[in-house]
Design a protein around this ligand. Sequence first.
Ligand SMILES: Cc1cc2nc3c(=O)[nH]c(=O)nc-3n(C[C@H](O)[C@H](O)[C@H](O)COP(=O)(O)O)c2cc1C
Length: 254
Amino acid sequence: MTTTLIVLAHPDPGSFNGAWAEASACACRSLGQDVLVSDICAMRFDAVEGRPHFPGYAEGRPFDPLKAQEEATEAGEIPVDVAGEIDKIRAADLVIFHFPIWWFAPPAVLKGWFDRVLVHGGLHSVDARFDAGLCRGKRALFCATTGASAAECGPDGKEGDIRLLLWPVAQTLRYLGIEVYEPEIVHGVHGYFEGAEDLMLRARLTGVLDGQRALLDGLTDRPLMRFNADADFDADGRLKPDSHSYSPFIRHPS
Ligand SMILES: Cc1cc2nc3c(=O)[nH]c(=O)nc-3n(C[C@H](O)[C@H](O)[C@H](O)COP(=O)(O)O)c2cc1C
C-alpha cells in the first residue's frame, strides 16, 4: 500500500494552501493510501538548526551542524521533533508539499524543516548523493501557489520563472535520491480581488480542490523533473561536454 506524507507550510489551515493540503489528504485516503501529515506551522516546528537541539554536543566546540546531526544519529539522540519527521519520511513512498511562494521561494519554515529533518548520517550522506541518495525509491510533488499571475511566473515573466524558483528545493530532494514530479502551481491566489474577480478566483480555487483526486489518481503518469545522472559529470563534478543540460542551474559554460 502507498504511504503518502503531506507537508503543509502555511500558518493558517483555513487558507487555500491549507484547504488544498486537506484535499490531498482526502484524495489519498479515498485512493486507499495511508496518509501522514506534517502541518509544520501548526506543529510549531522549530525551523532554526543550532546547538540547543544537541545537548550532547560539547560546549566550546565549534558548532558543526553536519557533525552534530551525524553524531546524534549514531548516538540515537536525534531531537524528538526531528525524529518524528524522519520516521514519516522513511515510511512515505510519496511526499506532497503544499506551500505558497513567499519572496520567490517556499516559506522559510519549510527551508528550516529541510535543514533540520534531512539529517546527515540519517536521510542524507555526503558519501551517498544524487543517484546513490539514501531516499531512493521515493517520489515528491510540489503543490504551490503564487500571488502573481501565470504570465508573470513564466519563463519571460517579471516575477521570474517559477520552475527555476523551485529548482533548489527540487535539487534538495534529488540530492537525497527522491524523484520529483513536475510541480502543480496555482497562480494569482491572493485576497485583493473584489466583486466579480473575487468570485472568479473562488470558483477557480474550488475547481482546483475538486480536481485534486483526479490529479493524484493520475500522478504516476505525470512527468518527472529531469536531472543529470551522476555519470553526466566528470571526476571534478563538472558537466561533461557531451552531457545534456536540463536546467540553467547546471549548464555548459558559454
Ligand atoms: C511574505 C510574503 C511574500 C510573498 N512573496 C511572493 C512572491 O515572491 N511571489 C508571488 O507570486 N507571491 C508572493 N506572495 C503572495 C503569496 O504567494 C500568496 O499570498 C499565496 O500564494 C496565497 O495563498 P494562500 O491564500 O493559501 O495564503 C507573498 C506573500 C507573502 C505573505
